[in-house]
Design a protein around this ligand. Structure first.
Ligand code: ZN
Ligand code: ZN
Length: 171
């Protein structure tokens, strides 16, 4: 269980789309745990958009609350492994979609300036990515299928280093 998975679970909890069994577990925990209760309430009041919420939970969850929730969610995860796999798959799916969108934006020349700079800087020190991106630009279409694992992981890291809320492509 990493922070991102936790954030998804909490966001689903708050927007009501969480699996009922997991939700019950979380309710029981929150009822007994003041920091988590306060945190959840704060977000219920402060947010109405799920997207925004996911972002904010990831970046603003206080460390103390995060570790309490993590311990709890880990315990719940042991009880409902198949639900947790669903969340994992969801996180992975969204990550791949984002990588694909970034590559497409790169081909179309629509990367945000900060993203373009990050890609450029990274490629200057990473021959594998440089070759891949150069190839993309030459072919001006994404290669069939997913990018090689190394490229995929570098692009993922690159996206994660963007400031919170920063879009990687131009509108
Ligand atoms: Zn708690
Ligand atoms: Zn690289």
């Amino acid at each position: 269980m990493n922070c991102k998975e936790l954030a998804y679970m909490l966001a689903d909890y708050i927007d009501g789309s969480m699996d009922p069994q997991l939700r019950e577990e979380l309710d029981a925990h929150i009822a007994m745990c003041e920091p988590c209760m306060i945190f959840t309430k704060t977000f219920l009041v402060a947010s109405d958009k799920t997207r925004q919420l996911r972002k904010e939970i990831e970046y603003k969850i206080p460390p103390e609350v995060r570790s309490r929730l993590e311990t709890f969610v880990r315990a719940a995860a042991l009880k409902f492994p198949e639900k947790v796999n669903e969340y994992r798959e969801q996180v992975e799916r969204e990550r791949r979609e984002k990588v694909a969108a970034l590559l497409k934006a790169a081909i179309a020349g629509r990367l945000s300036s900060i993203t373009a700079l990050l890609v450029e800087t990274h490629c200057a020190g990473c021959p594998e990515c440089k070759e891949y991106f150069d190839g993309l630009l030459k072919a001006s279409s994404p290669a069939a299928g997913d990018p090689p694992m190394l490229i995929d992981s570098h692009v993922t890291r690159l996206m994660e280093s963007l400031p919170p809320g920063e879009e990687f492509f131009l509108a």
